[in-house]
Design a protein around this ligand. Sequence first.
Ligand code: GDP
Ligand code: MG
Length: 826
Amino acid sequence: MTLNDLKEGQQAIILKIRGRGTFRHRIIELGFVRGQTVRVLRSAPLKDPVVFRILDSEVSLRRAEASQIEVLVCSMEEAREYAALKPVRTFEKDRCHGNPQEDPLEKKLDSSSVIEVCMVGNPNTGKTSLYNALSGSSEHVGNYSGVTVDAKTAEFVYKGHRIRLTDLPGTYSFSPYSPEERVVMEQLLERRPDVIVNVVDASNLERNLYMTTQLIDMDYRVVMALNMYDELQASGADLQYEYLGKLLGIPVVPTVGRTQTGTGALLDKVIDVNEDRDQTVRHTHIPYSEEMERSLRDLQEAIWQDPWYDNIYSSRYLAIKLLEGDTEWIDRANVLENADRFKQMAEAERNRLQKMYGEDIDQVFADYRYAFVRGALKECYRPAALYTRRRRSPHRTCRHGRAVRHRARRLYRTRERNALAVRGRITARLDNLLTHRIWSFPIFLAFLWMMFQATFTLGQYPMDWIESGVEALAAWLNSVMPDNILRAVLVDGIIQGVGGVLVFLPNILILFLFISLMEATGYMARVAFIMDKLMHTIGLHGKSFIPLIIGFGCNVPAIMATRTIENKKDRLITMLILPFMSCSARLPVYVLLTGMFFGAKAGTVIFLIYLFGILLSILSALLFRHTILRAFDSPFVMEMPPYRWPTWRSVGQSLGTRTMQYLKKMGGVILIASVIVWALGYFPISPEVSLPEGVSKQTAGLMQADAEKLHMENSYLGRIGKFIEPVIRPLGMNWQMGICLLAGISAKEVVVSTMSVIMDPAETFTPLSALSFIAFVLLYFPCVAVFSAIGRESGSWKWAAFTAVYTTAVAWIVSFLVFRIGGFFL
Ligand code: GDP
Ligand code: MG
């Protein structure tokens, strides 16, 4: 609730002042501070502004401003009671007296006041690791840029304070180039964080602090998490971080995201800053040149006078962005009443400055920001002396006596301290191999082959266990339950269907394990790098390859991952070809059928199926690039992170999340689909076959089977199947397979669950029809979730519909070819 929501005569306690900068300072000076009582006296005849009573004075505020003040409504008595308890500032320590837990009303205040905190920083600095550590969440962590593409929010209580923490995608600046970067700015404007946690990679300060200068320009209240502090220490570099904090006016807390070190101190700082108790916080400006400052001042003053300027973002920052000619911010400024005048002013000033400096003004701004960063670092940072000297042999060292030995030891110690340099060396060595001109590709292919081989062979054991468990359960139910419709739906519908999918959980987890290892070590970025050339020939770039690999796991997050691609057409193409990346839900079909028909070669066949999917996606990309989505190449800019060891926590967490998702899916869509398929196959009930007297047991069995077949064909399912059969008969498939494909539209796992409900694959398939079926499953209609993801992310359902039609058409053609051509060989 904000001050703006109060009615006349109502009384409230102030919880929090949102907003920043001048407005915030002014209003605090007027007495609007946390814990203060305020009463609504009256509003102006036109409802705005409103007069409030605070600290024995009357203050009038505009409604827009009042809505920046969060309050808690209370009775007169409560207010009086609170006034008596109000903490007093004790000046000897210049801190708020007493701690929050001891203050009963403070507690009450805190329960309704939420501290809004956002994590902001460059990509791959450990934001998500810290976010997980702080909030106990298990969001996805990986060692390359672009892992987080969406905002994630968690709420928790820390020392009696309710904190709402938002993890954001990484950015280098607030001028968005790609959709994920746009998310950051949108969230900041929407959430209006009380405190920003600026996560900084301590081993890459200069570039990281560049982002901090923009936060300073934006006039946010910031706490800096100096993350990867372990790497800084290991490198032997020396940073006086407290001093750095003083220089920037931002408190700095060293943290290590992967071991969750320093998180408590970080939260303490956040709370201190939120309550204006921190001594380091100081309002600073990045000093630009005198001429630039003059232009800024002029613009800023004009902005202040605009009646529609609502103080949500800093006027200085807006002025800077207008001056830089940032289109995003020019759009934002359009809501102001005098937007056109500002734009003209900015343009005139921009031209004037550009003439003066002889280069683009945003470049000049960047230069000044970097100069500021370098200046600060020069005072408090000493980089590690790189160990460059040649290594001496111990033998020689000994011969030259003590002094030399001593020096060698010292050198050795520097070298040890230079772990960063050493790690750099490890990274360089690994890169020599993994991004080698020739070897990189075989290595990558071998990795993929190993992945699918492991998926199949290692997965076999737990799969057998689960399978026998499911069978035992079905047998047990069959023995204890009477033979009725309930048993039929439970055993033939649910257990067959859901159990038929459950057995593939181990395979899927193994696949995900490999993908998350690629992500966690940093190999993913290398794969993007080596594929860039190849992707280039189809008009995409290496970055597009990452979503494709993620697509092996699940297409939905893969489609989200395309947000890192700046160019819109590139992004769209990547999205459109993604469904050909065979996702893990299709894996059960392959495992089942290849295991049945290809025996020991199954792993290799699965590998080839995936490669075939990649091939088709490449061909499709080529096709789109030359027909509906022509565009120029966009440059490939991507950071190569150092290789890092995966942490058990993050790999374990991501597997845990996968397992949960899979189980949920089984309890949801797969369960429902199984029951529906079962019911469609069960009804309408056919009359009992009465066996004539005196037939042999064998004949009786045959007659029974015939009757069942007849029943199946007469069932609703059979009728639907027969209806679609003509379409798929040319592909060598019968109506049961058609039903499986149809049901698979809901989710690809349902293909297998349906199979286990309605048929015995070993009898229904031939090797050839199995191949044709596999090809169809690989390529046809993405599941409903992917369909909607494409619609959402491309911003148009047209593209989702296009994908559905295109993929299904391709699937039909390919299956047809497989069946016809394969017929000559098999
Ligand atoms: P984000 O992109 O900023 O969200 O970063 P992530 O949280 O995904 O982490 C990026 C990589 O850095 C992962 O491989 C983490 O394991 C690793 N990492 C995170 N924090 C630290 C840290 O403090 N020290 C070290 N050495 N590695 C870290
Ligand atoms: Mg992240």
